[in-house]
Design a protein around this ligand. Structure first.
Ligand code: HEM
Length: 132
């Protein structure tokens, strides 16, 4: 199981929580900008649904136990692909949108170390997306 990056990402989310920053609006705004197709797929989704999706994504970024065969993430990907028509590149763009929102929210507190950790974590999760 890949756990690299989880610790630094956890730190970043702690900083966000301490500042009481909510990333939801900014993340989805950026996501739909990077990926207009995703806006088409999620056009009917309400704020609470978007919030639950984002919460699950935070969990996944911080907790490596949620990936791997038979685990939550693989199940979620298959479900997304078959039920909603989500594609692999959309996942990458979603992670990118979230990273941009975090980097903007944290400013200087978003360190190079965190950015590298993020890159590694997303790499590992994207392998899971491709292999699901
Ligand atoms: C790590 C990545 C992702 C995770 C963990 C995740 C998780 C979730 C969860 C938990 C829900 C159900 C929320 C609820 O109703 O309680 C959901 C719904 C949905 N997700 Fe994702 N998601 C991810 C990425 C994506 C991406 C990249 C797309 C691309 C557009 C997407 C499109 C959707 C759609 C269309 C729905 C259903 C919306 C609706 O019911 O109106 N998701 N996702």
């Amino acid at each position: 199981m890949h756990t690299r990056g989880c610790t630094e990402i956890y730190e970043a989310f702690e900083l966000l929580a301490a500042k009481d920053i909510d990333l939801q609006q900014e993340t989805y705004r950026r996501f739909f900008h990077l990926c207009p197709e995703a806006q088409g797929l999620m056009g009917h989704s309400d704020e609470p649904m978007r919030g639950r999706m984002l919460e699950q994504t935070y969990e996944l970024l911080m907790d490596a136990e949620l990936q791997g065969p038979g685990n939550y993430f693989r199940w979620e990907i298959r479900n997304h692909v078959s039920a909603y028509g989500v594609t692999e590149p959309m996942y990458l763009l979603f992670f990118q949108a979230l990273e941009q929102a975090i980097a903007q929210a944290l400013g200087q507190a978003w360190t190079r170390r965190m950015a590298t950790a993020w890159q590694q974590r997303v790499e590992d999760l994207m392998q899971e997306v491709v292999g699901a």
